[in-house]
Write a protein that binds this ligand. Structure first.
Ligand code: ZN
Length: 248
């Protein structure tokens, strides 16, 4: 399990949902459940989201215990603290815990208070830390939204803004009018470039093939190649007989 890749919510629920690939992944054993597929668990059929929950219950008993006893340099709980937290988790009262541990009720109450203090310290620190360091990273590396007609939704559609800018600046010799240097081989570059070229077309307008060619000719000599990629990558659609084209 990689702590830095999981949010508090994901740590608590025991799995992570990867939206881009539509995959639920178990924090403990990395087992994956794919959205849209059906899983057979003990003779019953489950959709991915329910299947991962069944998996957690069946294979890892309590996610709480997994986190509590996680062998990590970030887990600095003593064994006494772990025992106490486990009792709290089970819903035992201060009085009941005091009896088990043979201490006074006020000792347990004090411990409960100390745990809360620790949590508040961690909370305030997180709020400060995330603003100081994480937000800045986020703005720069923001994910570019997947375009509407994406035929294959996968990692190739996710490009950070900085990278996108770099691709645009290096692949086009001119941006106004748009002139392509050469059609790149790398998938990621293709998507960024096609994303720019499609802006030359109006949405909600139907184009004759001749008109499409006319627009693309200005951008690149091998305009049939661009036309084909716009269709193949889901930026554009056309009638079966190629008589009309439109932006998806
Ligand atoms: Zn698992």
């Amino acid at each position: 399990m990689k702590l830095e890749e999981l949010t508090i919510k994901e740590l608590k629920q025991g799995y992570k949902y990867d939206e881009i690939n539509g995959v639920y992944k178990c924090n403990t054993c990395d087992l994956e459940f794919v959205d849209g597929e059906i899983y057979d668990i003990d003779g019953k059929l489950y959709e991915a989201k329910l299947a991962i929950k069944r998996h957690l219950l069946k294979k890892h008993e309590r996610n709480f215990n997994y986190l509590l006893n996680l062998d990590s340099k970030y887990n600095n709980l003593t064994s006494n603290q772990k025992e106490l937290l486990d009792y709290f988790y089970q819903g035992l009262s201060d009085k009941e815990i005091a009896k088990i541990l043979n201490v006074t009720t006020s000792t347990i109450r004090h411990q409960r208070f100390m745990f809360k203090e620790k949590a508040l310290k961690a909370k305030l620190y997180l709020a400060i830390y995330e603003q100081a360091l994480l937000n800045k990273v986020k703005e720069k590396d923001e994910l570019i939204p997947i375009h509407k007609g994406a035929t294959m939704v996968d990692n190739r559609y996710v490009t950070i803004n900085e990278e996108k800018e770099h691709i645009i600046n290096t692949c086009f010799t001119s941006l106004d009018p748009l002139k392509l240097k050469e059609f790149p081989a790398r998938e990621k570059k293709k998507i960024v470039i096609l994303g720019e070229i499609i802006k030359l077309f109006k949405k909600d307008k139907e184009y004759l093939e001749k008109e499409v060619n006319e627009i693309l000719k200005g951008v690149y000599d091998d305009f049939p190649l661009i036309r084909r990629y716009l269709i193949e990558y889901g930026f554009m659609d056309r009638k079966k007989d190629c008589s009309l084209y439109w932006v998806r």
